[in-house]
Design a protein around this ligand. Structure first.
Ligand code: G6P
Length: 369
């Protein structure tokens, strides 16, 4: 067992540290030699079929659903196609409007989740084309989908998903760029710069991991609390939901993720003296608004820990503590900002003496509906 963990105390910590490799392997040879284009040969859709896509549905469960929330903003921004993201257990029962011009993307680490598989079958029954993003070659989802984008994260053992989630984000970046190239929705310079930034991510994750000790110290503080909040805007809100889930799954601390601007419509009532609020602030075009939401919670006594791009002095002035992550383009920030949140969940679980790799009541793969 010790050998399998490669010297790490838990599979989860090992898998967090495997992310630079998972990013590199998932990008792999999917970028051409010039570094100017994504080459996604496994997606067999012809240019005409891509032109004919009217809408996209992303369907998944749990952490994979959270990757799908980021996927929605990635595809909408890059390819300008309307996208909806659904949890698989809701999708089939809401009579979704699926036509042969709907592209359905199912996301599943294991490729065996019952609800996701049922959603895939419903999509196919309605004549939609289905792309699977999965970590398991030969899984049920991969066998039944029309096209398969494999995330090369390697086996994930810890119940709390880390490297599978981030590899799913990489798959969405590649797919979004592939669609944008075909549709001409982004110019060549923008595509080249985004690809350059994508290739820098593995090294930037390594830089973040060097500062794990800072996150550990903060995690030990929040381990004393029973409730906390995550806030963010745009894709920071999508990542906040994943950070909150990760923390709940393994530390059993109750938390809620809120769109920062929505707090004042109800949840602000729960903010009281000393409550921790984790503010994600990587979307700099929304920074002024996020800072004003931070001030709303600070004024009610919250202790705010922010995660921001390095050199952001504005945020440092408004919060109690900042953790800086390396600079990247706004679209790719989710692949970096989630790393400290995974570490936070890990160290909070550890501080509470929980079984990090096998949290109570949860299973790695859920094959019943
Ligand atoms: C279970 C796991 C989660 C996972 C979800 C979906 O609930 O505990 O970590 O996100 O299933 O799994 P999948 O294999 O479809 O990504």
């Amino acid at each position: 067992m010790t050998a399998e963990k490669a010297g790490f105390d838990h599979f989860m910590l090992k898998e967090i540290h495997e992310q630079p490799k998972a990013y590199r392997d998932t990008i792999g040879s999917r970028i051409d030699g010039s570094g100017e284009r994504v080459v996604l040969g496994e997606v067999k859709l012809t240019p005409q079929q891509i032109w004919d896509i009217h809408n996209i549905h992303i369907v998944a469960c749990g952490t994979a659903y959270h990757a799908g929330l980021v996927g929605k903003s990635v595809i909408e921004q890059l390819a300008r196609i309307p996208v909806e993201t659904d949890v698989a257990s809701e999708y089939r029962y809401r009579a979704p409007i699926i036509t042969p011009n709907t592209l359905v993307i199912v996301v599943s680490q294991s490729g065996e989740t019952a609800d996701t598989l049922a959603a895939l079958r419903e999509a196919k029954r309605c004549g939609a084309r289905v792309i699977a993003i999965t970590n398991v070659v030969g899984s049920s989802v991969s066998r039944e989908a029309d096209d398969v984008i494999v995330t090369w994260a390697g086996p994930e053992i810890a119940v709390a998903s880390t490297k599978a989630y981030t590899s799913q984000l990489i798959a969405f970046y590649l797919l979004g760029l592939h669609l944008a190239q075909t549709l001409g929705t982004q110019d060549a310079t923008y595509i080249r710069e985004t690809i350059e930034a994508l290739q820098k991510l593995p090294e930037q994750v390594e830089q973040i991991l060097l500062h794990a000790e800072d996150i550990k110290q903060y995690a030990e503080q929040i381990a004393e609390h029973d409730d906390l909040f995550f806030i963010g805007r745009g894709s920071d809100y999508a990542v906040a939901q994943e950070g909150s889930l990760k923390l709940k799954e393994i530390s059993y601390i109750h938390s809620e993720a809120y769109a920062a601007g929505e707090l004042k419509h109800g949840t602000l009532a729960l903010i009281e003296e000393g409550i921790p609020v984790i503010a994600l602030a990587t979307q700099e075009h929304l920074l002024e608004k996020t800072v004003s939401n931070i001030k709303e919670v600070k004024a009610r006594g919250a202790q705010v820990f922010a995660i921001a791009l390095e050199g952001n002095h504005e945020i440092a002035k408004s919060v109690d503590l900042v953790f800086e992550i390396p600079r990247t383009v706004a679209l790719l920030a989710p692949a970096l900002v989630v790393i400290p949140l995974q570490l936070l969940a890990y160290y909070a679980s550890l501080a509470r003496g929980n079984d990090v790799d096998k949290p109570r009541n949860l299973a790695k793969s859920v094959t019943v509906e």
